[in-house]
Design a protein around this ligand. Structure first.
Ligand SMILES: Cc1cc2nc3c(=O)[nH]c(=O)nc-3n(C[C@H](O)[C@H](O)[C@H](O)COP(=O)(O)O)c2cc1C
Length: 359
């Protein structure tokens, strides 16, 4: 089996990613209620790094106290969070992968009973799933959250992140500004729905210097009035102009959750056509995730120029040694896309996987 394409290192702004397989951000709810790193997270990521992915994206990590999507999500809201993140990034680096940090503000996709703060959004329109009426952000509120992203980026850089990803996908705050589904503003942030994101990238860039920035987007939201590929083909180049070094292509929002973690029936590489279309309009590497289920398939989509990096999440959750075992032609515990890991849909406290009792 020829896997040359996935084994080729990728150089981005002085950072060398040793191969093209990514463990994308995966919110497990394993942090403390204060958003600190736990031994459980250290164990999980140590194994994943030993497993052989070139890039491991930690997250999501909330940048604001009103921006956490669940009870036990990592946070980077204070300098106190740096020490634990430093340990987490070190464990990944020591095992040969590049550690990255995904920064998030949940926007309207959370509830005040959990965060202890009012829910905020571009417009006073509730998320159809979370249902709580958000407060419409004013200019001061917008600036505060953009500054939280910049401060969070500076902290994760200090902790040793090799790349920073800004979570603009899935209808969280940045994604909700991008989308006509959730942004009905008539001010400059509504007339130009990409502005919140491009300004945030600029503020982050000023705090982190040359560190690479990835922007994750839902290239199609698959909701009525939501972002379509036509929209995202126009906005992706603007993210690059603003400073993005990588575009990570995903799809869906809470209102189209089957696209966030696609079922098996949706088919292998369900978002590859989106990644290819975005790759055609930007001059930076693209990550594609969503039902990439084998290294052979990952190699094929890279060889065919459809993506530059392949995100493989649930298969590596089922077996953290998925990459290494696949390369060595050894059997591994297979993800069946049963979505037991979607703990929040099942009323469970955190991620589990029937294939991986060690989680
Ligand atoms: C339980 C769970 C948590 C996730 N958390 C995040 C997250 O915090 N940030 C993010 O960008 N994507 C998140 N994702 C999406 C994954 O990164 C990935 O795009 C998705 O699982 C599809 O890839 P796969 O088919 O390889 O699993 C999550 C998915 C699941 C199932």
């Amino acid at each position: 089996m020829n896997l040359n394409n996935i084994l080729e290192p990728l150089h981005i702004k002085g950072v060398t990613i040793p191969n093209r397989i990514v463990f994308p951000a995966f919110q497990t709810n394993y942090a403390t209620s204060g958003g600190f790193v736990t031994d459980r997270l250290l164990r999980m990521y140590e194994k994943l790094a030993q497993g052989g992915s070139g890039l491991i994206i930690i997250g999501a990590i909330a940048v604001s106290d009103n921006g956490s999507p669940n009870t036990n999500v990592l946070k980077v809201t204070s300098d106190k969070h740096i020490e634990g993140l430093e340990k987490l990034f070190s464990v990944i680096r020591e095992n040969g992968s590049v550690p990255a940090a995904q920064l998030l503000h949940a926007g309207r996709q959370t509830v005040s009973a959990m965060t202890g703060h009012p829910v905020v959004a571009p417009s006073a329109i509730p998320c159809p799933v979370m249902k709580e009426m958000p407060l419409e952000l004013d200019d001061a509120g917008i600036k505060k959250i953009q500054d939280d992203f910049a401060d969070g980026a500076q902290r994760v850089k200090k902790a040793g992140a090799g790349l920073i990803e800004l979570h603009g996908a899935f209808g969280y705050l940045i994604g909700s500004f991008l989308s006509p589904f959730s942004n009905k503003r008539t001010d400059k942030y509504g007339v130009d729905k990409t502005l919140f994101f491009t300004e945030t990238i600029g503020k982050v860039r000023r705090k982190i210097g040359n560190l690479p920035i990835s922007c994750r987007i839902s290239a199609d939201e698959y909701v009525e009035d939501g972002l379509t590929l036509d929209d995202t083909k126009k906005l992706a180049p603007r993210l690059v102009e603003a400073g993005a070094d990588v575009i990570s292509v995903a799809a869906g929002t809470y209102a189209s959750m089957n696209h966030m973690a696609p079922t098996k029936e949706m088919g292998e590489g369900v978002h590859v056509h989106l990644a290819k279309a975005i790759r055609d309009v930007v001059d930076v590497p693209v990550i594609c995730a969503g039902n990439v289920r084998s290294l052979q398939y990952a190699n094929k989509i890279i060889r065919e120029g459809k993506t530059d990096l392949a995100g493989i999440a649930r298969p590596q959750l089922a077996d953290p040694f998925f990459v290494r075992k696949s390369l060595d032609n050894q059997p591994f515990a297979e993800c069946t896309s049963c979505n037991t890991c979607m703990y929040f849909l099942r009323g469970e406290p955190s991620v589990s996987c029937p294939q991986n009792p060690e989680l």
